[in-house]
Design a protein around this ligand. Structure first.
Ligand code: 8YV
Length: 329
């Protein structure tokens, strides 16, 4: 790798301040039009770059990585989830992978909380009445009734940084915190959050009023919320997902919402995004948002800063702070 000015290819447009800094530090090839790259363009990029900066919209699979040129030594993902990258193939070829953890925790937790509030309280439906053609016909004591969240049980699937940030917020809203995680979290955290650990996801799901998905998408969590597990949930329960669509069997969820076997869903991520399951798109019980969990200017700038730090550290011959190893997934 050329030590001073590595060729850094960035697949999507990033905030101005980040692109400006990248131009100063690197031989940066930026995507001014922000058009997603085709697989052929990605192949071209990995053939020539020293560093590739992809995002969630780029599939950096084995086929792409196997065509990487000898210069490519770092894939510095703009994003925390690395399910878009075949990390094992990269490791085999001696390519380091980094991500951007930590800086989008609070924003994603805010979005989770927004869905936890919006779905049971019918926020979007209510707002739509005001802007509808007929307009607001008048108030009534029994109209637009949602459900209280105070005092209800929230089951968090994945108690990492984001899960804990959700728990902290939810506790302040009077929800009881329950969680399932591969590993039980430290006693001090459980105590602070007054959180109940469930070793069995099945048993937790059967008892929750609201379930929030906050785990990464890995081979182990694909369809973790399978048709069988969704059926364990109470018909009055809600589910929200700000993690990855692939964690829930979306077809099964859509069928259950249609049949009234679940009260509602708030989904910021979809299994085949940007494609939207028509059953979900047309469901009164589903609130869908277009993967906006970390979409704040502050968050995107912090993410860009992390990408720059990872590249700079790596180029300077050190282990980048946010290195992702296959064993971490
Ligand atoms: C990112 C995300 O903005 O970081 C993640 O894992 O899901 C998003 O919020 C996106 O991945 C950018 O690539």
């Amino acid at each position: 790798m050329t030590k001073n000015k590595p060729l850094v290819i960035v697949t999507r447009r990033l905030p101005d301040i980040i692109e400006t800094r990248m131009r100063e530090l690197f031989d940066a090839r930026l995507n001014v039009d922000d058009a997603p790259m085709s697989q052929a363009e990605l192949v071209e990029a990995v053939k020539t770059a020293d560093v590739l900066v992809p995002t969630v919209t780029d599939r950096i699979d084995k086929a792409i990585i196997s065509q990487a040129g000898p210069k490519l030594k770092l894939i510095a993902n703009f994003g925390t989830g690395v399910d878009n990258i075949d990390v094992e193939s990269a490791r085999t070829r001696g390519i380091t992978v980094t991500n951007t953890p930590g800086v989008l925790t609070e924003d994603t937790a805010d979005m989770t909380m927004a869905l936890i509030l919006a779905v049971p309280r019918r926020l979007i439906e209510g707002a739509a009445v005001i802007s509808s053609e007929e307009g607001w016909m008048g108030w009534s004591p029994t109209w637009m009734l949602g459900h209280r969240i105070f005092g209800k049980r929230l089951g968090i699937v994945g108690m990492g940084r984001i899960g804990q940030a959700v728990a902290r917020r939810a506790k302040a809203f009077g929800l009881q915190i329950h969680y399932h995680n591969r590993r039980r979290v430290a006693a001090a955290i459980e105590e602070e959050l007054e959180a109940t650990y469930w070793e069995s996801l099945d048993q937790m799901l059967a008892r929750m009023d609201i379930v929030s998905i906050n785990c990464p998408h890995t081979p182990g969590t694909y369809h973790l919320l399978s048709a069988r597990r969704l059926k364990l949930m109470r018909p009055e329960a809600y589910i929200v997902n700000t993690a990855r669509g692939e964690v829930i069997d979306e077809n099964a969820l859509a069928r259950m919402l249609e049949a009234g076997e679940l009260a509602g869903a708030g989904l910021d991520v979809l299994e085949h995004q940007p494609a939207v399951n028509p059953k979900l798109a047309n469901s009164d019980r589903a609130l869908l948002t277009p993967h906006m969990g970390s979409a704040t200017l502050e968050g995107r700038i912090d993410m860009g800063e992390k990408v720059i730090i990872n590249i700079k550290t790596f180029v300077d011959g050190h282990t980048p702070p946010d290195r992702v190893l296959p064993s971490m997934l």
